[in-house]
Design a protein around this ligand. Structure first.
Ligand code: TUI
Length: 315
């Protein structure tokens, strides 16, 4: 059995979080992960307060286990959903795509454990000073909006930089990745891509099929010119975007517009040609649809075996 200190503190059986993926991490997925003993996370993404409340209440119908809400700080509704989570009695929040500093005092006052996703040691240290319970150190292998560093380089540096627990994310899809994360000093892991093909993930089947059929070199970064690179699976959308990104006659505003609504059409309508099919570099490691319970028990059984087998090298 693998247990770390965060398990007891968060009331979870396995030290695994499900990433707060926009349009994918809804009540169905989050509740299934929590019921399987991990920390399910509802993505507030660009939802407004009312939409988020509906999702939180659905999750409460589906599970009596703890779950979290991820607040995407670039959302135009970030301020109002920051208040909604307090009113709804959410106990754990993760944040992404920015610094949550201005909301921290109110969340801590409400007794919420805040776990920001960080791409660097400086931001990790700031979050610790602001009262974060833990940080998720997310490497650039992840899908979606990514930082500069890879997981292998980022996680040990964040572990050295802060005293609070570190959860590793980016490039982890199985028990080998979990064992590696522990070896780097992490106390837990966050996986996104592996949960896309979960049976309880309600994303369009075309999206799941793109993940199931992905090759190792099938992801690409778009939006570097805008300062917020996003990793997704290569398709007509990414090819068109990249052509324009390297064409100086397109303004940054025009580029921003190109991305609007593209994740929604991929996830909800199944348009995996013109839509943005966000997934991490581990997509090609995922070969079948499984329930969240199967995913989590398989990963931790493998992690335990890998960690024990590694002792054979210790003479
Ligand atoms: O946030 C993510 N992944 C995401 S957000 C997203 S929606 C989006 N779409 C287009 C452009 C931008 C966002 C899709 N995928 N992961 C967590 C994450 N957080 N990655 C990087 C960061 C981050 C970046 C800067 C966290 C803090 C930060 O702080 C900067 C500051 O303001 O101090």
């Amino acid at each position: 059995m693998i247990k770390t200190d965060i398990c007891e503190a968060l009331g979870i059986e396995y030290p695994i979080f499900q990433g707060g993926m926009a349009w994918l991490a809804n009540a169905s997925l989050a509740a299934a992960v929590s019921n399987a003993g991990g920390l399910g996370i509802i993505a507030a993404m660009n939802s407004n307060s009312e939409q988020l409340k509906v999702e939180i209440r659905k999750a409460r119908e589906l599970t009596d286990k703890p779950f979290a809400v991820n607040i995407m700080l670039m959302s135009p509704f970030a301020k109002e959903v920051a208040q909604t989570v307090i009113e709804e009695g959410i106990k754990v929040i993760t944040t992404g795509a920015g610094s949550p500093s201005k909301y921290m005092a109110a969340w801590l006052e409400a007794g919420i454990k805040v776990i920001p996703v960080v791409p660097s040691t400086a931001i990790a240290r700031k979050m610790e000073r602001d009262g974060a319970f833990a940080v998720v150190a997310e490497g650039g292998e992840s899908g979606g909006h990514v930082g500069e560093l890879s997981t292998m380089a980022l996680v040990p540096q964040v572990c050295d930089a802060v005293k609070i627990p570190v959860i590793a994310a980016g490039g982890i899809a199985d028990g080998r990745g979990v064992a590696a994360a522990f070896s780097l000093g992490a106390q837990g892991v966050q996986l996104g891509t592996r949960f896309i093909t979960a049976k309880e993930c309600t994303v369009h089947q075309n999206y799941k099929d793109r993940v199931l059929n992905a090759r190792d070199i099938d992801t690409v970064l778009t939006g570097k010119r805008l300062g917020h690179p996003v990793r997704s699976l290569k398709n007509r959308f990414t090819r068109g975007y990249l052509e324009k990104e390297y064409d100086s006659s397109y303004t940054n505003e025009q580029l921003e517009q190109l991305g609007v609504g593209k994740l929604r059409i991929a996830a909800l309508d199944g348009d995996v040609v013109e839509g943005c099919v966000i997934a991490g570099q581990v997509a090609s490691m995922i070969k079948c649809e499984q329930t969240c319970a199967e995913i989590i028990t398989e990963i931790f059984a493998e992690a335990e075996k890998v960690l024990k087998d590694n002792l054979r090298w210790v003479k």
